[in-house]
Design a protein around this ligand. Structure first.
Ligand code: SF4
Ligand code: SF4
Length: 658
């Protein structure tokens, strides 16, 4: 046995034992979570893993993602070389040179080049982290240590290869340009000493990864992020987990084991890239919600409480509370607008929203603890099935000039689900009129439920009031079935998403479309003729999170605006999947916004930079928020806010006489 092997073998054995034990200790805690039944499936999981973990599709969406791609692939390529290092460290005769020559040469060449590329990528990452950190808080010791140690590891690998070349032991020297150059610098040096030095540097760097960095730092993501891509949940994260209500049961996530297994795996898979926090409207505007930190808090909490929970004991570190590490701040929980930007940005499919909603459910359903302004919202929604507590009989008042328009399965094609805002909010009622007029002009047969229409329950569900949502959803689904509804059109993306996605959990699978989709279809089929172009000046289109990010509807509203105005709408800097929330989703519509800057002001400020004449929206909540923002910034004289339907209605108006 060589002198290296005598010392390295027990060190390696102990390290691997410790590695397995610590990984088991940490990862076995995932099993404490609640079951998640909606994994994407084996084949689809493999595909996601290939595309997103190995090809790094989502990572590469950002320019610096390429840097990560290089580091990841150097890690993958060097797995072979590291495998050889470990094996030959124990059994010196076991070398890659035993492989067929072409394969051996290819491995040596790839490892040589990738080591250099990784060192360059790490140098770039270090400079970037120091000079222009990718997110607030990125300059932390853990990240620096990981980066430096990867570089040391690569350098040591090259050092070992270079000394072997200098010693004449490397048959692939001609295929190792980087190591060969390195070898030139060793001329005249004590090669045996240099070899030992690089060999042990390589060994200690490798052992440091095994013993400390992988199990105890965010570097664990080299395994867990791959697993998270494979175990991705089905579909888009645009709905919430249903609850089963029964006597004596508890609801929501009071304690970390009340989150799902996926939530817990997420907490280990986080790469701490900070992309979620960079796009979070709450974080950007100074609220205490930071999605990256929330995921980390879940991990800290799990590690702190998991061993106790495993033994059937109570958790000691609260999951919900006030601002200490491992505890999610209550104010942060209420600050989320459910915009989904974090989940869209996350390269490894971490789902933040279910964690927020899980914690909200506990606060609402178990503790009746929520911002006080929600009390009247909850009462009104439960008692009168609308947020304002208006009389149900007033639901169809907005349509008084259109005459009676009841939905009847024999006579009407579409159910126009007007929604609470479209029925009661003065500004949104104008959108309802525009949608109804357009449908009439295109010859669409439609009807409404009038006083029988109920709230869809979107805000209730996102606010964690699942009990009332559940009752509402069941009542609505029952009514739709009873009335024979098969096609629904709605002007509210929140109703749209809830009826289309959330109600599936209740067995409802209807055709649900947003009015922008219907109008686009009518124009395309020639059923809606626009006699003129609406003259609305420069039109800037704002994506609604619930239409765009949550349901991938980006083109229809744009094509409708183009048809109605003759020009494609101008785009916000943050548009489509990168669109910025108006601030009203997730029930924030019914809450005060007292901390930091207002989200709608941030969005309208972004709009005003482009000096639009018209800000176009596709959602009644966005309408309220954007109009308020425009007023707030004193821009009402310069900019008008219109819904897509109103833009089309403008184009349908007879040409004013000259
Ligand atoms: S859903 Fe939106 S508001 Fe909530 S954490 Fe994610 S980015 Fe922030
Ligand atoms: S949750 Fe996702 S986006 Fe956020 S820091 Fe972690 S890996 Fe990055």
């Amino acid at each position: 046995m060589s002198s290296h092997a005598i010392i390295f073998t027990p060190l390696l054995a102990l390290s691997l034992l410790f590695f397995s034990w610590s990984l088991y200790q940490r990862l076995s805690l995932v099993a404490l979570g609640q079951p998640t039944h909606t994994y994407i499936g084996f084949n689809a999981g493999l595909r996601e893993m290939f595309i997103n973990a190995f090809c790094q599709k989502r990572v590469l969406r950002k320019l610096f993602g390429f840097n990560h791609f290089i580091i990841f692939w150097s890690f993958m390529v060097l797995l072979l070389a590291n495998g050889e290092f470990v094996l030959s460290g124990v059994f010196p005769a076991l070398r890659l040179s035993l492989l067929p020559e072409p394969i051996y040469l290819a491995i040596r060449f790839a490892s040589d080049i990738m080591s250099l590329l990784a060192i360059v990528a790490i140098a770039i990452a270090l400079v970037r982290r120091t000079v222009a950190p990718p997110y607030e808080g990125a300059r932390n010791l853990e990240s620096y240590v990981i980066l430096v140690l990867i570089a040391v590891h690569m350098f040591a690998y090259l050092g070992v290869a270079a000394t072997e070349i200098s010693l004449g032991h490397e048959q692939a020297a001609a295929y190792m340009p980087v190591s060969s150059l390195f070898a030139d610098t060793l001329a005249g040096k004590n090669l045996d000493a240099a070899y030992n030095c690089y060999w042990w540097l390589h060994a200690f760097a490798l052992l440091a990864f095994i013993v400390v960095l992988i199990p105890f730092t965010k570097h664990l993501h080299v395994f867990t992020a791959i697993a998270n891509c494979f175990l991705r949940l089905e579909g888009k994260p645009n709905t919430q987990r249903p609850e089963t209500f029964a006597k004596g049961q508890t609801y929501g996530a009071r304690q970390v084991d009340r989150l799902t297994t996926k939530d817990l795996l997420d907490s280990y898979a986080c790469t701490a890239c900070g992309r979620c926090q960079n796009v979070c409207p709450a974080n950007i505007t100074g609220k205490p919600l930071n999605p990256r930190e929330m995921v980390k808090d879940v991990q800290i909490n799990l590690l702190a409480n998991g061993p106790r929970i495993k033994k059937g004991q109570e958790a000691t570190l609260p999951l919900i509370g006030e601002g200490c590490k491992g505890t999610v701040d209550e104010e942060a929980i209420w600050a989320c607008t459910s915009c989904g930007a974090c989940m869209e940005a996350c390269p490894v499919f971490i789902e933040h929203l279910p964690k927020v909603v899980g914690m909200r459910r506990h606060l609402v359903e178990m503790e009746s603890k929520f911002p006080e302004e929600l009390l009247s919202f909850f009462e009104n929604a439960e008692q009168r099935s609308n947020p304002w507590g208006m009389a149900p009989a007033d639901r169809s008042k907005w349509s008084s000039l259109l005459g009676e328009r009841p939905f009847s399965v024999d006579k009407t094609d579409y159910l126009f689900f007007v929604g609470c805002a479209g029925s009661f909010d003065n500004r949104a009622k104008q959108i309802s009129v525009a949608v109804a007029t357009i449908m009439d002009m295109a010859g669409v047969s439609w009807g409404m439920l009038g006083k029988d229409e109920m709230c869809c329950g979107d805000s209730l569900r996102r606010l964690g009031n699942e009990f009332v949502f559940d009752k509402m959803a069941k009542a609505n689904v029952e009514m739709f079935i009873e009335k024979g509804v098969s096609k629904i059109v709605t002007s509210c993306p929140h109703c749209f998403s809830t009826l289309k996605n959330d109600y599936r959990q209740y067995g409802l699978d209807l055709e649900v479309i947003h009015h922008s989709e219907l109008i686009a279809k009518l124009i395309q089929e020639g059923k809606l003729k626009l006699p003129r172009h609406a003259d609305l000046g420069k039109v800037l289109f704002h994506d609604s999170c619930y239409l765009g990010r949550h349901n991938d509807i980006y083109n229809e509203p744009r094509s409708v605006i183009q048809a109605a105005t003759g020009n494609a709408p101008a785009e916000f800097e943050r548009n489509r999947e990168n669109g910025f929330c108006c601030g009203a989703g997730g029930g924030r519509m019914w809450m005060e916004e007292l901390t930091g800057d207002r989200i709608n002001r941030n969005r309208v400020s972004e709009a005003l930079k482009q000096q639009p004449d018209t800000l176009c929206v596709s959602c009644p909540y966005c309408m309220t928020m954007i109009e308020d923002g425009v007023k707030d910034l004193g821009a009402s004289e310069q900019v008008q806010v219109k819904d897509v339907a109103e833009v089309v209605a403008e184009a349908l108006r007879p040409q004013p006489k000259a």
